[in-house]
Design a binder for this molecule. Sequence first.
Ligand code: ADE
Length: 251
Amino acid sequence: MRFDILTIFPDFFDSPMQEGILRRAQAAGQIRVAVHNIRDYALDRHKMTDDRPFGGGEGMVMKPEPLLACLDDLEQREQGGPVVLLSPRGRQFSQKVAEELAAESRLVLVCGRYEGVDQRFTDRYVDQEISIGDYVLSGGELAAMVMVDAITRLLPEVLGCSDSALHDTFSRGLLKHSQYTRPREFQGMGVPGPLLSGDHAAIRGYRFLESVELTLEKRPDLLAGVRFSPEEVALLRKSGLWVKVKEVQEG
Ligand code: ADE
């Protein structure tokens, strides 16, 4: 998958792209990330990428021409895939949106700055606006980084253990079960018995029930869309959690 990122702060991406999964995915050719400096496409000698808003008001607005020149230049070399503008006004990013976008072969991520982007650029050249949450960042760079990370780990072959994204929190609307590692005892606290039993079915059942319990406690809103298999329903009934799940789902 190819990511083209348009930004006035290209250095922003240097370090996060050189660590962990993102570094490995690039080295293995599973993703390619190209960062483009919008300032290189500014038309005037001061290399201005922003200007004062018509109608007055606080801050500066990103000019449409450098953004378009940058996008045009990219289109000469690479085509296809949606153009996404990172903005607090966009539709909310989620695991579901990440899954949807992971099916693309290319994404263009436009990082807005200042008080916004000239609406005429957005109207004509942006396919979708995405927000990573209901708060205002100084710009879209952090949001673009979040998207690249969340999408990359969904690509087949990227995660070491091929099915570990399947067990992620949110992959099916349940929070992930708790994890423990050595030492077996830490400050007087042990590890739940089933995890030490070596019985894989018992471990799966224990983890599943813990996921449901955690979700009921912390994010009951997530349970609304979750469907359970007959085996899972049997486990939930036996543990007494089924009544609570039904209450939340039907309430
Ligand atoms: N730019 C500023 N705030 C943002 C947000 N919450 N999501 C995406 N882009 C942004």
